[in-house]
Design a binder for this molecule. Structure first.
Ligand SMILES: [Zn+2]
Length: 341
């Protein structure tokens, strides 16, 4: 057999080359007020010595490759050195994220840069909804009496744009102080879940044959995969993805996500899946509707009773207090499922 792709990184480059399809050369007018505040934030970070080293990459490419480095090093006892996997960003309107396997057995995962911008926007708005005073800048006029309702409207608007155009359009917002930190944490969890879902496909052996592409994390599926087994694969990838994510946050951010209490993690996931629902995931043939996806994962990791309460909470909001009233202890862990050192 001739080797077409010597390493996972070679294969990733090939996948990106084949699938790159830049959304548009047309850029919106630069927003100078937004940019000035953003630049100031960066300058402050630099002063604190916390400047983000792009290492010659675009910001999205850097974030995406760091996700895998963070996951792999956080769970080094689980992954070891055996998995030949490379991850990169992709500029393509028709996919959100997917994983693929080369004939040689290298895995490549790509995440659409538009999806990352969309998540960034939605995460900021969702934090602002709960705390409108944390907004440092908004490109739209906000009526202070009515800010919350307006922000909820922004959320719907951004999702509708993305559903129709696959472009992350909508108001630009910057947050300040702790709210900005909460946003950074939430966004990292959302992006990491996307990666963990795709790694879940790899770990579950969904890409066993030669070069094969698998449905992406949000809505798109290859035409021949819209069947029952594709749905089961998505459920499996979600469940393993959640276990990976849980273990990752407990190891890497133990202060924010203490072992044996997954309430904060679950709250971020509920917010993510509410957005996915708004983004129209229910239209997908292989991905079960987003609420079902969320409940499937919760049942797998925390048991049936919690999954049922969560499902009921969409009819009776007061049940949310019941879910978050006591520490949330997982019934299933990565170690219980895979044996590793
Ligand atoms: Zn998937």
């Amino acid at each position: 057999m001739t080797t077409r792709h010597a390493t996972a990184a070679d294969y990733l480059e090939y996948i990106r080359f084949v699938h790159e399809d830049p959304i548009s050369a047309i850029q919106s007018e630069p927003n100078q007020a937004f940019q000035a505040i953003f630049d100031q934030k960066l300058a402050n970070l630099a002063k604190e010595g916390a400047i983000f080293d792009l290492k010659g990459q675009t910001p999205h490419a850097r974030i995406v490759s760091d996700l895998w480095e963070d996951l792999r090093s956080g769970l080094s006892d689980f992954f070891g050195d055996s998995l030949e996997l490379a991850i990169g960003e992709l500029d393509n309107m028709s996919v959100n994220a997917f994983c693929s396997r080369s004939e040689e057995g290298h895995f490549a995962i790509v995440i659409n840069s538009g999806l990352m911008t969309l998540f960034n926007k939605l995460s900021k708005i969702s934090i602002a909804v709960t705390d409108p005073e944390s907004i440092e800048y908004c490109s739209r006029e906000l009526d202070t009496q009515n800010a919350q309702a307006m922000l909820i409207g922004f959320q719907k608007e951004v999702c509708q744009h993305y559903r129709e155009t696959r472009k992350p359009l909508g108001p630009q917002i910057l947050l300040k102080g702790d709210a900005d930190k909460r946003h950074g944490m939430q966004l990292h969890i959302w992006e990491m879940f996307v990666l963990c879902h795709e790694v879940g496909h790899v770990l579950c052996g969904h890409l066993t044959d030669k070069e094969l592409m698998i449905s992406d994390v949000i809505t798109e599926t290859p035409p021949n995969a819209a069947d029952h087994s594709a749905r089961e694969m998505e459920v499996e990838a979600d469940c393993i993805g959640l276990l990976l994510l849980k273990e990752y946050v407990a190891k890497v951010m133990p202060n924010a996500f203490p072992l044996g209490d997954d309430r904060l993690l679950l709250s971020h996931l509920i917010t993510l899946f509410n957005h996915l629902s708004e983004l129209g995931i229910r239209e997908s043939a292989s991905h079960p509707p987003s609420l079902t996806r969320l409940c499937n994962m919760v049942e797998f990791v925390y048991g049936e009773a919690l999954a049922q309460t969560l499902q009921d909470s969409y009819r009776d909001n007061s049940l949310i207090r019941k879910i978050f009233g006591t520490p949330l202890i997982p019934g299933r862990t990565l170690k219980g499922l895979f044996s590793y050192a």
